[in-house]
Design a binder for this molecule. Structure first.
Ligand code: SF4
Length: 519
């Protein structure tokens, strides 16, 4: 063995399957041999299907090991014969899963020590901010606009246009709010980034502040992410001590600071105006627009609201230039998207690819198909309010326009796979029930419509006048889509309608059998 440095992920998902036990196994075996190992706790590389795993540093690079059998056996074998061990995966950089990706936002995640600001700098961190400190604010906004960066939170609104509006809005006090209330099913990219590369988000927020003239930023993180909250708090403190945050950033005379706010577990607080209400200490209810948050946002001041992935893309755009980022992607979907593969999938994890890659590539080439080996029935893209895409449409390019044209949406880039055992009537009911539970209650189509939706689907399932009730369900979907104040109620019809349209057999079968599971 040529080196005694190991890398083990401290990402929540890795820890949940035994990463801490792996650290203990390495430490114990090393102690038995009189070796003092250096164990760096990184974030995750996104290879969740291989966790818990560890990496060993050698002169050729980092070799990965995935324990089979007991961790102790794997660790002992590794100490005995190093990279010749059966459990050695080879050089990490050569693994096809990583090699075939286009990692820009996640280029450091799983590689750096997320607690070390020096390691962040060593791997190219703060180059964007250093550049931004010497730029005119309008030039930063122009770079973001030219890059084609769109909000990665769901709606895909151009970030540069939003920043330009905030920059041009009157007022001395402005804010940057990072929406880290990642609540979509099958999504974990925000959490992974905050746990694995927290200084990147800090850097992106400072650049946003410099661009629009804001001196203060807030990160609204869901309370279900305690490790991310702790990591971000620690990183903010470290950045402050090192002079990257605070009243005089790197003696530039420019100021920006960040505070963390914890959400209280409401899905609707991912909606930007509900998040702002919550940040102000009120109940998370959606505000009517106008006014736009860009003009009257947090505490009535002009506010940039972007999600984690949007802000995390900014340092690279400023450091490497708008054209560099723009060269990735297709049409109006520029750059890369961190896709998250979840549900019934063999190789779950995070894959960052340029827009334009197909769903089939993501699910079959990277994901390895269903976890059960059974035929794939549907993929839900865009969270609990996204559509169910049937197998025959998997060749759709995964970008904003292509998905929208086919009646779906990209959302936060989460792909949840279902095999042929899934019942789409159950999924449609779940969408309505989810909306009923998570509705903020402000408008009637959502507050009452979703509850009625559950009842109507139950009547179909019970075989009660199915044709009449399906027509009623369609009517209700139209009402919710057209009459809801925000996307929660407005998008709930998407999973319901795509389930009905692409999988009518599940509804017909339930109706014919008078399945009374929920009656
Ligand atoms: S659609 Fe639902 S969540 Fe949105 S404002 Fe109306 S009641 Fe609230």
């Amino acid at each position: 063995m040529k080196s005694e440095t190991f890398f083990v992920s401290s990402d929540s998902a890795s820890v949940s399957v035994g990463a801490d036990d792996l650290v203990r196994a390495i430490t114990a075996e090393a102690a038995r041999r009189g070796i003092e190992p250096r164990i760096v706790r990184t974030g995750s590389r996104g290879l969740y299907f291989l966790e818990p795993m560890f990496e060993l540093e050698t002169q050729e690079g980092r070799f990965g090991f995935q324990p089979e059998g007991t961790m102790a056996e794997c660790v002992t074998e590794m100490f005995d014969i190093g990279v010749e061990a059966r459990t050695c995966l080879g050089l990490m950089d050569d693994l096809p899963w990583l090699h075939k990706q286009e990692r820009l936002t996640f280029e450091r995640c799983g590689i750096v020590d997320p607690r070390s600001i020096n390691d962040y700098r060593f791997h190219g961190g703060f180059l964007g901010l250093e550049r931004a400190l010497g730029m005119a604010p309008e030039d930063i906004v122009a770079a973001v606009t030219e890059s084609g960066l769109r909000g990665r939170g769901g709606a895909g609104f151009p970030a540069g246009v939003k920043w330009s509006t905030v920059r041009g809005a009157p007022g001395d006090v402005k804010y940057v709010c990072c929406n880290a209330d990642e609540g979509d099913s099958g999504t974990f990219a925000d959490r992974m980034l905050m746990e694995g590369d927290p200084f990147l988000l800090i850097e992106g927020m400072i650049i946003a502040g410099l661009a629009v003239g804001a001196g203060k930023g807030f990160i609204y993180i869901r309370s279900e992410y305690p490790a991310a909250i702790q990591m971000m708090r620690q990183a903010i403190e470290t950045a402050r001590i090192a002079g990257w945050l605070g009243g005089d950033i790197r003696e530039s005379g420019k100021a920006f600071d960040i505070e963390i706010r914890e959400g209280a577990g409401a899905y609707v607080c991912g909606e930007e105006t509900a998040m702002l209400e919550s940040l102000e200490g009120k109940r998370g209810m959606v505000r009517a627009k106008p006014p736009l948050p860009a003009l009257e946002g947090l505490f009535g001041r002009p506010t940039v609201v972007n999600n984690v992935l949007t802000l995390a893309a900014v340092p690279m755009i400023v450091a490497r230039g708008a054209a560099f980022y723009r060269n990735y992607g297709m049409g109006h979907s520029r750059g890369t998207q961190p896709f998250q593969l979840a549900g019934c999938i063999r190789n779950g994890g995070l894959v960052e690819k340029a827009f334009g890659t197909t769903l089939r590539t993501l699910i079959e080439d990277f994901g390895g198909g269903t976890a059960t080996g059974r035929p794939l029935k549907a993929v839900q893209v865009g969270g609990p309010l996204g559509g169910y895409i049937p197998e025959h449409l998997l060749d759709l390019p995964a970008d904003y326009e292509a998905l929208a044209e086919a009646g779906f949406m990209l959302g936060h880039g989460g792909l949840v796979v279902f095999d042929d055992r899934a019942d789409m009537l159950e999924q449609a009911r779940f969408a309505m029930e989810f909306c009923a539970i998570e509705s903020c209650g402000k408008c009637t189509p959502c507050r009452l419509g979703a509850q009625r939706g559950v009842e109507v689907i139950d009547r179909v399932a019970a075989g009660v006048e199915p044709a009449k009730n399906l027509a009623l369900l369609d009517d209700l979907c139209t009402l919710m889509k057209d009459g809801s104040l925000c996307a929660l109620g407005g998008l709930t019809p998407m999973p319901v309608r795509t389930a009905l349209y692409h999988f009518p057999g599940d509804f017909e079968r339930a109706a014919a059998q008078g399945d009374i599971r929920w009656a």
